[in-house]
Design a protein around this ligand. Structure first.
Ligand code: S3P
Length: 436
């Protein structure tokens, strides 16, 4: 447990115009695919957070020259699909599930052995969801008896394509198999039970890799190449979500969020908040290197509870901690079902959020696959984020509508996805201090 904590005074409003850091999912992929491309990939808007920096360090350790990051600019000198070198030591991926799951697929096709490790949270997260289907492609990956990291990936495996029906809607699993598919004989197809973020497919296509998409199914053949491109990474909608909720719940708020990624596989949070009555305007819609972006304007609006449609769950999967805060401030009942995946994120986000909301006096009932929240008054007190970045930032925003100060413990991991959160939130009007 880290000794960084947040103290947030009650009340206030969010105003002004700001840009949150770059998209985490796209930042990871820019390093991975940039490294495998031939030529020099120039990235701007890169997220200088611990998770994407872990991916960057791992590829440097495999012999890829990467300049930066410098104010969000990164230059990746691609080595081609077969140019990675064996790392001298295990690759430590910190808190980052995306790094571990995507790299498992990518590394399964290399000639060398390597070991992937992570922190206590990552070492407890389920990896069989990638290890098992990669095994059916011919990969040789050892995990612990519990199916967790460290993962020992044996090089020199002859991979072959499979046709995989994913049992869970997971972009990490889909991406892992597609990355292994680059190295496989024949065709790799993945079918998803519900749409998940498609940044891997977009970036592969942008780099000239042939891939076929047909509804829920995506297929590619191994053996083609990737060509370097320029990648302009939009602001992360998952980071913008804290401000969308903060401004929605705090009377008097009027905030602009610039250059936010609006990929339709990521915008569930906007749809859910609007259904709850939020006032979010989408303006200046444009394209940034194959990804849609827009400027968002959010103003305070009274929210009401809703039954969250199951189809929106994968499209807002990382935003539920802060959506729960919106629900706690809404009039009436909000019901979430079909979201059991939240139990295996950086923390058990159903339990940890229910515990924290209850500490603040909110009627929140955890269910196996979601939560039932009766909106009302938020009190004050101390909540434990359990080292989960999104939980820490969600409770920070809750203070805007609380009756007294909220103290949040174990907040160091906010740096995994949102470096500079405290300063940016203060600049918009949140009375937040960080200690430790
Ligand atoms: C991610 C996919 C999602 C998401 C994670 C990032 C990605 O995970 O929660 O933060 O970049 O592919 P799952 O694939 O486990 O749903």
């Amino acid at each position: 447990m880290s000794d960084t904590s947040f103290q947030v005074q009650a009340g206030g409003q969010l105003c002004g115009s700001l840009r949150v850091p770059g998209d985490k999912s796209i930042s990871h992929r820019s390093i991975m695919l940039g490294a495998l491309a031939s030529g020099v990939t120039r990235v701007s808007g890169f997220l200088e957070g611990e998770d994407s920096l872990a991916t960057l360090a791992a590829f440097r350790a495999m012999g890829v020259r990467i300049d930066g990051p410098d104010a969000g600019k990164v230059t990746v000198h691609g080595v081609g699909l077969h140019g990675l070198q064996a790392p001298d030591a295990p690759l430590y991926l910190g808190n980052s599930g995306t790094s571990m799951r995507l790299m498992s697929g990518l590394l399964a096709g290399q000639a060398f052995d390597c070991v992937l490790t992570g922190d206590a949270s990552l070492s407890g997260r389920p990896m069989r969801r990638v290890v098992t289907p990669l095994g059916s492609m011919g990969a040789r990956i050892d995990s612990t008896a519990q199916g967790t990291a460290p993962l020992h990936i044996h090089g020199g495996a002859m991979l072959h394509g499979i046709d995989y029906d994913m049992p869970v809607a997971s972009a990490q699993v889909k991406s892992s198999l597609l990355l292994a598919g680059l190295y496989a004989r024949g065709t790799t197809c993945v079918t998803e039970p519900a749409p998940t973020r498609d940044h891997t497919e977009r970036m592969l296509a942008g780099m000239g890799y042939p891939l076929q998409r047909d509804g829920a199914r995506v297929c590619l053949d191994g053996g083609h190449g990737l060509s370097a491109i320029e990648i302009d990474i939009p602001a992360d909608i998952s980071s913008a979500a804290f401000f969308l909720v903060g401004a929605s719940i705090a009377p008097g708020s009027n905030l602009q969020l610039q250059h936010v990624g609006m990929n339709p596989t990521r915008t569930g949070v906007i749809e859910i908040l609007r259904r709850m009555g939020a006032d979010i305007e989408v303006g200046n819609e444009r394209d940034a290197g194959g990804e849609p972006v827009a400027d968002l304007r959010v103003r305070y609006a009274p929210l009401h509870g809703i039954a969250i449609p199951a189809a929106l769950v994968p499209l807002a999967i990382d935003e539920f901690p802060v959506i729960f805060v919106a629900a706690a401030c809404a009039e009436g009942r909000t019901v979430l079902t079909g979201a059991e995946e939240l139990r295996v994120k950086e923390s058990d986000r159903i339990q940890v959020m229910a515990d924290g909301l209850k500490r603040l006096g909110v009627q929140a009932q955890a269910t196996p696959d979601g939560m039932i929240i009766d909106g009302g008054t938020l009190g004050s007190g101390c909540v434990d984020s359990h080292g989960d970045h999104r939980i820490a930032m969600s409770f920070a925003m809750a203070a805007l509508r609380a009756q007294g100060a909220i103290d949040i413990t174990d907040c160091a991991n906010v740096n995994t996805s949102f470096p500079g959160f405290v300063a940016l939130a203060r600049s918009a009007g949140l009375s937040i201090q960080s200690a430790g």
